[in-house]
Design a protein around this ligand. Structure first.
Ligand code: PLP
Length: 244
């Protein structure tokens, strides 16, 4: 079986095999945590990958794709077969319209202003994507709302702006200290309870095992499926450049 660990990505193998291997490993981790594997959605993170790779991944059975740049995604996603599209980058208010137009789930509402921008765009477009509050649970994270402030922000965005806040998203700390990762993910899981909704978006290539043990319902996996990303040359302020 293909190894899906973060540091052990080795020989490229067919995409379908890697997707199946990641899915099998997720299922196994879910069962080990006494959870139903069907509770856990796999989002394949396709940032920096060309459209042909996205098409191949869909053909191989991937049902959800994540991108960090609205513009990159727009070009890449045009005319794609049915797939759920996730925006996981940083929200710039002036890109809100493109984000709502292009995506079905917005993971990164990290401040009131971002929520209001998304709400305006959805009213204008007559489309209501699901939205998650991005929590800051780590000193290495650049974005995200403080967990303690999330329940009030959720209430305000639901009641005053009509956003469909369906849970929370967080990026784990950039560390090999597994206990620190679990501690941070527990904060996210507790905050998810307080915010409500159905989606706890937690876990990437390096930390999805801890995420599943802590209750994640949605993991965002790039490297373990598609291999290491080349360093990015562009300099837009969107996204989480430290993680690219
Ligand atoms: C890039 C990215 C991922 C995927 O990261 P990998 O380590 O390649 O699995 C997940 N979530 C966010 C927000 C990202 O920017």
């Amino acid at each position: 079986m293909v190894d899906v660990g973060a540091r052990s990505f080795d020989a490229p193998s067919p995409l379908g095999e890697r997707i199946a291997a990641v899915r099998a490993a997720l299922d196994e981790a879910a069962r080990a945590a006494n959870r139903d594997p069907l509770e856990i959605t796999l989002v394949g993170v396709t940032k920096t990958r060309p459209r042909e790779v996205v098409l191949a991944a869909l053909a191989a059975g991937l049902t959800d794709v994540g991108e960090t740049y609205a513009q990159e995604a727009r070009a890449k996603f045009a005319g794609l077969p049915p797939v759920r599209k996730h925006f996981i980058g940083h929200i710039q208010s002036n890109k809100a319209r493109a984000i709502v137009e292009t995506f079905d789930v917005v993971h990164s509402i990290d401040r009131l202003e971002a929520g209001i921008a998304i709400a305006r765009a959805q009213h204008g477009l007559g489309k209501r994507p699901k939205a998650l509050l991005q929590l800051n649970i780590s000193p290495s994270a650049r974005f995200g709302i403080a967990p303690d402030e999330a329940p009030d922000l959720a209430k305000q965005l639901r009641e005053d702006e009509g956003l469909d806040i369906d849970g929370v998203m967080a990026i784990g700390p950039l560390t090999d200290d597994r206990r620190a990762i679990v501690a941070a993910f527990r904060v996210a899981a507790e905050t998810f309870e307080r915010v409500g909704g159905t989606t706890l978006s937690l876990g990437m290539t390096a930390d999805w095992r801890e995420a599943i043990a802590c209750g994640s319902t949605m993991v965002r996996i790039g490297t373990a499926i598609f291999g290491p990303r080349p360093p990015r040359k562009r300099t837009e302020p969107e996204g989480e450049p430290a993680r690219r």
